[in-house]
Design a binder for this molecule. Structure first.
Ligand code: SF4
Length: 496
């Protein structure tokens, strides 16, 4: 029996340890580690995704293809056509060891170094910008995925609703399930997948980077042209002579042309219109209704609900015409006052219809934008330099350029290296995770070689680009090429 056991033990494939993150998985031959990003291939831990090179010679929209070494000669690798992103590069753990790739490149006669790693982020999240006028939920409302709290509704911006999702509090500060669900939702959003969210006291919404939001099952098409007041400002002259009064219904600022400065300058006559709501300045009203999914982000289906009785003393007369329209042109109605000064709906005159269509035409498509925000100022700096604060200072001093999968990262002012990047500019499926839980995202630092040496960089680990493309790194030698996006030009760096 004991012989049988020991034979079984002998036949069992040996597991080897992946050391690319603190989880330290033991991975059997032919199997994947817990994050699905590393595998045991022939007794060696390899990164499942190839190292991704951004290639300016591939036009946007062209196929991604394996990097064919036969397609480039030595000279091309020095002219900035190729940029080795960190997608597929792997992570070196613990951080004091040099990053997976530290690559030397010569561009325009200057020596540059790009340090490439897939960073593991516990401090990270997503800022969502959702183009819609509709009321998604009150500011401060909790946002959930799969029933777990993963973030908050924050401010309304101009035509968009912002949300802040993730962050270390949800990843590590709540229950295990909360952390796992948060990590999964962030990763899928960053990988440009559709994610369903629910907002306490608000709507159910499907969000996907670069796609229109779907709110309570209805696809949003247009981002508003402006607030109600701005719409009056833009189009007042187009309505002149076609209609006696125009009201642009908006949850934030409803505009009334006869009272608005734009109308006054054009000589618009008083109409005796009276709007419910709080008058801010002439022709601009707040809180005409409750927020909702109706006209202009209000809860109303009938725009006449925002009107009080008309005043004959101030110009209301039978036959006076009125256009009511929303800020996207999605809702509109034409009315004429009857003998009792009550507005009655009528068919929209063709000329006015054209002005409504012009509002719609001036609306941009409604999209969801996903911005990944993270703190890169922690221990990963040791993979770049033995003196981490010098990297921080170099980034803050604009001597080191920070990119994520080749996409330019905005670096927040002040201490640390807190970055934000538009995931649409990054290669597809740039993001992964580790079960700690934390997100994994590509990160590159590019700087002049002399500056790299001066900040205590791992000089001995610098390799030529051609060598990297030929032989790969610790986690394999597979390379693929994708079209370059906004990869920054190294020659813009280091200018004093
Ligand atoms: S979770 Fe992934 S990166 Fe971490 S040790 Fe396991 S296989 Fe390696």
């Amino acid at each position: 029996m004991s012989d049988q056991k020991s034979k079984a033990a002998r036949d069992k494939p040996e597991k080897i340890r992946c050391e690319a993150c603190p989880v330290m998985c033991f991975v059997a031959e032919g199997k994947l580690g817990a994050c699905d990003r590393y595998a045991n291939e022939g007794g060696k831990i390899v990164r499942c995704d190839p190292l991704t090179v951004l290639d300016r010679r591939i036009a946007a929209g062209d196929e991604i293809r394996p990097f064919l070494k036969s397609e480039w000669d030595g000279s091309l690798v020095n002219d900035g056509d190729l940029f080795v992103s960190a997608v597929g590069a792997g992570t070196t753990y613990p951080d004091y060891k040099p990053a997976p790739f530290i690559i030397s490149r010569e561009v325009d006669g200057a020596d540059f170094v790009t340090v490439v790693t897939e960073a593991i982020y516990s401090y990270c999240g997503v800022k969502l910008k959702i183009d819609t006028d509709r009321h998604l939920g009150p500011e401060g409302a909790v946002v959930r995925a799969a029933g777990e709290v993963i973030g908050l509704v924050v401010t309304s911006e101009y035509g968009s609703q912002m949300m802040s999702l993730g962050g270390v509090g949800h990843l590590t500060g709540g229950s295990k399930v909360e952390g796992r669900v948060t990590c999964d939702a962030l990763m899928r959003l960053c990988n440009k997948e559709a994610v369903e969210l629910t907002i306490d006291g608000g709507v159910q919404i499907i969000v996907q980077a670069g796609q229109p939001p779907i709110i309570d099952g209805k696809t949003e098409h247009r981002m508003r042209v402006g607030c109600g007041s701005a719409t009056i400002g833009m189009f007042a002259s187009q309505w002149e002579g076609l209609v006696d009064e125009v009201v642009v219904v908006d949850d934030h600022i409803t505009g009334v042309v006869s009272e608005h400065q734009a109308g006054k300058v054009l000589g618009w006559k008083d109409t005796g219109i009276r709007i419910r709501g709080r008058r801010s300045t002439p022709g601009r009203y707040f809180q005409v209704a409750e927020p909702g999914l109706g006209w202009g982000g209000t809860d109303i289906d009938d725009p006449l609900n925002i009107l009080n009785d008309w005043s004959p003393k101030k110009g209301a007369v039978p036959g006076l015409s009125l256009l009511m329209v929303s800020t996207t042109g999605e809702h509109s109605g034409f009315y004429v006052l009857d003998d009792d000064l009550v507005p009655k709906k009528q068919d929209m005159p063709k000329a006015l219809l054209a002005s409504v269509e012009l509002i719609a035409e001036n609306c941009e498509p409604a999209l969801c934008n996903v911005l990944f925000a993270a703190g890169a100022g922690g221990s990963l700096r040791s993979g770049v330099t033995q003196n981490p604060v010098r990297l921080t200072r170099s980034v803050q001093g604009l001597k080191t350029n920070v990119t994520c999968g080749g996409a330019p990262a905005y670096v927040f002012p002040g201490g640390g290296i807190t970055i934000m990047v538009d995931v649409m500019k990054m290669p597809d499926n740039s993001f992964g995770y580790v079960p700690t839980p934390a997100l994994v995202a590509p990160l590159e630092f590019t700087l002049l070689r002399e500056d790299y040496v001066a900040l205590g960089g791992h000089d001995e680990a610098i390799r030529e680009l051609a060598d990297v493309l030929e032989f790969g790194g610790e986690y394999g030698d597979a390379v693929r090429a994708v079209p370059a996006n906004d990869t920054p030009q190294p020659h813009k760096l280091g200018k004093k």
